[in-house]
Design a protein around this ligand. Structure first.
Ligand code: FPP
Length: 239
């Protein structure tokens, strides 16, 4: 092994899980079959994170733009989310994994939200691993709502405009205690960040693979980590 692959393991990995539809189409299956296999990939990656010592995993599960998909697909995604929560409950408890969400979860159907809040509450004391699902999430919207909250604080006299710095903005994001992602993975080859964690990925390393999300498993995750460890992260500095 060379020095190049001995860098630190990322603390926080964020993933844009793309390509479920294409995976299904290539096999002549309904899109939902791709999403179902995509849920399996989530399980595999969560396990792989544990093996590699990656403490934080954040997944782009549903964007605010996804609501315009055909109604049956949206409904199937909601059902899949509920099934995922039920099936993963034991895994979360056994491994002390804390579940969080970011996004406008108030947009989710009431029953789905209820199930979600239950698991979030039950796992809120865990620190073994941190799984965050972005649900009805949009990065620009997150920053806009942070700006609105800061404006409210100024209006009510609790904050001076001069006190608004990067830390003050970051403190108003959905889950301010999560560290920024070190590595952002996108599957299925698109070179875009698609409105995901716009503030938080400022210094993240990007890794794009042509592999479609349902085919992404432990081996592919290991490849991304190895690539990350060979990077020279300078955070804008020279050395
Ligand atoms: C992108 O594939 C994926 C999504 C829009 C949803 C991600 C959902 C899962 C991985 C499974 C569900 C899991 C939970 C926890 C809800 P795409 O449909 O945009 O693929 P395409 O670009 O090939 O059409």
């Amino acid at each position: 092994m060379t020095d190049a692959v001995q860098g630190d393991v990322p603390r926080h990995v964020a993933i844009i899980m793309d390509g479920n539809g294409r995976w299904a189409r290539q096999r002549g299956l309904a899109r939902i079959k791709g999403h179902e296999r995509g849920a399996e990939s989530i399980r595999a990656v969560l396990r792989a994170c544990r093996e590699f010592g990656v403490k934080y995993l954040t997944l782009y599960a549903i964007s605010i733009e996804n609501w315009i998909r055909p109604k049956p697909e949206v409904k199937a995604l909601m059902n899949l989310l509920v099934r995922f929560l039920r099936q993963e409950a034991k895994e979360l408890h056994d491994n002390k994994i804390r579940l969080r969400t970011i996004g406008r979860t108030e947009d989710l159907p009431k029953q789905v939200r209820k199930e979600l809040l239950k698991v979030i509450d039950e796992t809120s004391g865990y620190t073994g691993q941190h799984l965050t699902l972005a649900l009805s999430y949009g990065g620009r919207m997150e920053i806009a709502q942070a700006a609105r909250q800061l404006a409210e604080l100024v209006k009510s006299g609790k904050l001076e405009p001069e006190q608004i710095d990067e830390n003050a903005v970051a403190a108003q994001l959905y889950e301010p205690e999560l560290p920024d992602p070190d590595l952002l993975i996108r599957t299925s080859g698109e070179m875009r960040v698609s409105n995901f964690l716009l503030w938080q990925i400022s210094y993240a390393e990007l890794y794009v693979t042509d592999v479609l999300w349902p085919d992404f498993g432990e081996k592919e995750f290991a490849g991304a980590i190895e690539d990350y460890r060979s990077r020279d992260r300078r955070f804008g500095g020279h050395e």
